[in-house]
Design a protein. Structure first.
Lengths: 110, 261
């Protein structure tokens, strides 16, 4: 929960940029209740739900999730550029994303 | 759910070690008392610190916090205790305490020294068995080279089957996944996985067989390390709308694996 204010600020700051923040919701629970809670907490970004009957185990098998939070940062080609177990610190998150955004802007120019 | 159990397996693998018996009390009761008092104070400090550290979000804030730690209260006294009781379980405990402090304040020299002493003088100690967990999980990136070296030494020097399994599994994932180890690290990881398959083929490698563990770890190293194209998925979002990760090509994407507490 400690991360949410920073995540909201990040999403807001980059809302007009080619940037997407995707939640991968993986804790057990009723999908309807979770959807309601996302709304009440003002979490506006997309959250992939890999839960209950509909679960094909994507989170747990393909992504080898061992605990929360866990982050992957992908570039515009879908290449994994960074991965963190736990919160690496807001400056590290921001710095990594900013570097990739700058890289993307440079590529688009050339 | 079987698959969930399988993939959390490498974390679960280490849990039994946490319950490992405390070493027999060393001979010098005064030294024991002194260590206990230092540890009591250290626990107090650590409680304050982990709280503060959660709020330190920048390099500068973390450095400031590290500088404020009462290093002089703990490091000289613990080092003196360890040296005066060299080779005893009490010394092992003091080195583990010093190791924890080095993590807290990012003291790389102390980190290297504590691990060096623990793996050379106390490799068969239960304290070292407990240490294996801390060398990988929650370990900051700067600790990776020392951590890997310590795991190699523990693997060579401690023949307890639980410790062997933990070291094989953790070392394979550490050197296979952490990009700082490069191609050589991946080759080392593969050799360790072959060993796990061979030695624990169909026998219990904690919650799975060695074969299953090796298959999971290979997938992780091959598909999920930095530099690989992320595996695509198709899932429903909170509104029930299905989408694919590949829909977002052309954009920088953060995947945040999380859940409400």
């Amino acid at each position: 929960m400690g991360l949410l204010p920073h995540e909201k600020a990040l999403v807001q700051r980059l809302k007009d940029e080619p940037f997407t923040f995707l939640g991968m919701y993986g804790r057990e629970g009723d999908p309807k209740e979770i959807a309601a809670r996302l709304k009440s907490e003002n979490i506006t970004w997309r959250n992939a739900m890999d839960l209950g009957e509909a679960s094909d185990g994507t989170l747990w098998s393909t992504w080898a999730v061992r605990g929360f939070p866990q982050f992957y940062v992908l570039d515009e080609q879908g290449v994994i550029r960074q991965r963190w177990f736990g919160n690496p610190g807001e400056d590290v998150i921001d710095g990594t994303i900013e570097a990739l955004m700058a890289e993307l802007r440079t590529k688009k120019k050339s | 759910m079987r698959i969930r159990f399988f993939l959390t397996g490498s974390a679960l693998l280490l849990l039994p070690l946490l319950g490992a018996a405390r070493p027999a009390a060393p001979d010098d009761p005064q030294a024991v008392k002194q260590l206990q008092e230092l540890e009591r104070r250290l626990t107090e400090e650590r409680a304050v610190w982990s709280e503060l550290k959660q709020h330190a979000q920048t390099e500068a804030e973390r450095a400031e916090l590290a500088a404020a730690f009462p290093r002089d209260e703990f490091v000289p006294a613990l080092t003196a205790l360890a040296n005066a009781n060299k080779g005893t379980e009490l010394a092992a405990r003091a080195w583990v305490d010093l190791f924890r402090i080095s993590r807290l304040i990012e003291d790389r020299a102390l980190h290297a020294q504590a691990l060096q002493r623990l793996t050379s003088e106390h490799v068969t100690s239960p304290e070292v068995a407990n240490l294996t967990l801390m060398l990988v999980y929650g370990a900051p990136p700067w600790t990776a080279p020392d951590g890997a070296e310590a795991l190699r030494k523990i693997l060579a020097g401690n023949k307890d089957v639980g410790v062997q399994q933990a070291c094989l599994a953790e070392l394979a994932l550490l050197v296979g996944m952490d990009e700082s180890f490069g191609e050589a690290g991946r080759a080392e990881a593969e050799a360790l996985l072959v060993r796990i398959e061979k030695e624990y083929s169909d026998v219990d490698f904690n919650a799975m067989t060695g074969k299953q563990f090796a298959a999971g770890a290979r997938h992780e190293i091959q598909a999920l390390r930095v530099g690989q194209v992320a595996p695509d998925f198709e899932l429903a979002d909170q509104d029930g709308v299905r989408f694919k990760l590949s829909d977002y090509r052309g954009r920088v994407v953060v995947l945040d694996f999380w859940g409400f507490v």
